[in-house]
Each structure stands twice: as C-alpha cells, then as structure tokens.
Design a protein around this ligand. Structure first.
Ligand SMILES: C[S@@+](CC[C@H](N)C(=O)[O-])C[C@H]1O[C@@H](n2cnc3c(N)ncnc32)[C@H](O)[C@@H]1O
Length: 347
C-alpha cells in the first residue's frame, strides 16, 4: 500500500481541492461526484467530516486505482471474491449480536453501555454495513456508525441501503483529524498485514477526537477460533485465507505505538448464534451460516456432504454446536473467543 502512505506527501494545499475525476469509478461504476450526491441525500452529516485535501488531485486518483487493484477478496464473484456469499450470510443480522454489542460497549467509559446517536463511530472494515443493519433491525440504542470498507462491492451495498458510508482503506482515511468518537477495526483485522496494522492504528488515532476510543478486535494466534481459519477456512474457502491473527502483545504494542493510552487487552465471547423452529433446523442454519460466511465451496462436492463434513470440523475445532430451546424457538450456538484491545486518545 505504498501509495496510501505517500498520499499526504503528494497532496499539496491549494487549487487541487477540486474533486478528482475518477474515470474508472470511485465505488465500482460510481464516481466520487455520484458518491457525494448520495451522501448529500442520505447522510449529509458525513460530508463536513471528509478532508477535502484527501479527495483531490492525482493522489486521490492513484489512491482509488490502488484500492481497485488490491481489493478482490470481498468483491463480486467475477473478480474471484466471496462478497456475495459473505453478504448472504449477514442477512441474518443476529448471528454475531453478542460480540457486536460487547464491542460497541467498549466505546463507553466503563465498557458497559452502547453509546447513543450523538457519538460517531467509524467501522473501518464494515463490509456491507453489518453492524448498522443489526442495530436497525433490532431497533437498539445505537451510535451513529459510518461504514467504511476497501471493497467497492461492499460500499455500493451500503449506499443501496442508505447507510452512512465511505470507500477507503483503513490505512488511509479520507476523514479529517479529530472528528470521530470511536474507531472500530473488527471482524477482518487479520486481513491487514503488519505494515497496514500499524498504519491503520495511526489513522484511527489521527481521526479520533481527544477522549475518543479505538477498539481493535480479532482472534488470538494459536487459540481455537484462529485455528478454525487455518484448518478449515484456508483450505476450503473459495478465496483461501492466508492471514495471520494477533497476539496480545502485538495488540498492546500497536495501540501504544499509535499514541493511545489506558490500553486494555482482553478476551471476549463472540459466538455465532442461529435460530430455527426445530433443533435440527437451528443446527442446519448454523452450518449453512458458516458455509456461506467463508464461502466454503471446496469442502465437498455437494451441499449435503459439505454440511456433514463441516459439522465434524466445528466439533473438532470449535467444540461443537450447542442447541437449546428459548421460548418457542431453538438456538444453535457455536462458541468463539475473540481478542480485543481498547485504547483512548488522551491528547
Ligand atoms: C470479514 S469481512 C467483515 C465485514 C464486516 N466487518 C462484518 O463483520 O460483516 C472483512 C472486510 O474487511 C475489508 N477490508 C480488507 N482490507 C481492508 C482495508 N485495508 N481497509 C478497509 N477495509 C478492508 C474487506 O473488504 C471486507 O469487507
């Protein structure tokens, strides 16, 4: 991502604050002007947060071209990506409700309350707005979430749902300094390589207001949830999954080196929870969920065989599917443990 790091140097102040004309499109076939029109109509509060110097001139054009070059894993299937299957899995917005709400609580003083709409939180790897959809569907008290993502496919889906969003890399935010109450990097942080992890933490710090929080979430290297990716997702996913997870020390150092203070690193329960009208339906829904979430097309030639094999994998690596009755429905839970770091910008 050399270009991302160099953009600041290329962006000189002045007349080039004209928005770049991105011939290839800023978000798929949408130009930056198209994006601004959508933002004006549906989430105009965001426009003053965008730094004009970061969306101007040839540096912005190079940045978009570079995003287009490197983004493939969560793009459409014709680009070799698994965005379609991933988003299908996220239609069921409750599947990670426990972990998502725990993460949002990390933005409150005592990590115990989901902030209200006066707080603006950037979800830096937001996919198609999974968190916004959960909060809207469940009609929960919610902060104002800005969904940002590298993938055109994902950000276009956010625009279609009228969710506040922006296409950018977590390593180079298009937002101004000190405008956010929170930055979340979660459910995909392992897709960032070492340099990108450092750069994304610095960008989180830069864009946070004093008092704002950075929350970083992933899975601990060597623990069962990380092993799931190595033993199941990597060999069987359409895209493979050659990504390194995180250690506690790495999270601590990343936040510390970015300038954050009062850092805490801790484990967090982050299960998949799927429902059904019978125990068997709940179990199959849970298996279908993991099948789609990771697009595990290489697991077996037929879906029936794939679900059978996947159940064995879930039993072996994640400790199985736990089914219980809650009222008139049945829930199937696959336990996962996440690793989370929280830090505050104090100056
Ligand atoms: C596993 S998906 C998770 C999406 C969403 N957080 C969710 O839980 O549904 C990971 C996302 O990270 C995005 N991503 C990968 N590298 C990125 C980067 N450098 N900057 C921003 N987004 C990135 C991908 O495009 C993808 O949408």
């Amino acid at each position: 991502m050399t270009c991302f790091a160099q953009m600041e140097a290329h962006n000189t102040i002045g007349s080039q604050y004209q928005h770049a004309d991105i011939e290839d499109g800023y978000i798929g076939d949408l130009t930056y002007a198209d994006y601004r029109r959508a933002a004006e109509e549906h989430f105009s509060f965001m426009l003053p947060l965008i730094d004009p110097s970061r969306v101007a001139g040839t540096a912005f054009r190079d940045y978009v071209n570079e995003m287009n070059e490197i983004s493939w894993e969560f793009e459409d299937q014709d680009e070799g990506g698994r965005g379609v299957a991933y988003n299908l899995a996220q239609r069921n917005s409750r599947n990670r409700i426990v972990g998502t709400l725990s993460l949002l609580r990390c933005f409150s003083k005592n990590l115990d309350e989901v902030p209200g709409s006066d707080k603006i939180i950037l979800d830096a790897l937001a996919g198609d707005g999974t968190i916004t959809r959960l909060l809207q569907t469940e009609k929960l008290r919610a902060p104002t979430i800005i969904s940002s993502d590298l993938s055109s496919f994902m950000v276009k889906a956010c625009i279609a749902q009228k969710y506040p969003c922006i296409r950018q890399s977590a390593t180079y935010s298009l937002l101004r300094d000190s405008v956010l109450d929170g930055v979340l990097i979660a459910y995909g942080s392992h897709h960032l390589d070492n340099a990108a992890r450092k750069q994304a933490s610095l960008e989180a710090y830069r864009t946070l207001k004093v008092g704002g929080r950075f929350v970083l979430h992933d899975f601990e290297t060597g623990a069962a949830t990380a092993n799931w990716f190595d033993k199941v997702v990597h060999p069987f996913s359409r895209t493979g999954h050659p990504h390194r997870h995180f250690t506690r020390d790495e999270m601590q150092t990343l936040l510390q080196d970015a300038g954050l203070k009062n850092i805490q690193v801790f484990d967090m329960a982050d299960p998949f929870i799927l429902e059904g009208t019978t125990p068997d339906e709940a179990r199959v829904n849970a298996l279908m969920h993991v099948y789609r979430m990771y697009d595990l097309v290489r697991v077996a030639p037929t879906l029936t065989e794939a679900l059978h094999k996947l159940e064995t994998c879930v039993n072996d690596v994640l400790g199985g599917i736990h089914i219980e009755q809650t009222g008139s429905t049945w829930t199937a839970t696959i336990e996962r443990q996440a690793l989370v770091a929280v830090g505050t910008k104090v100056v």
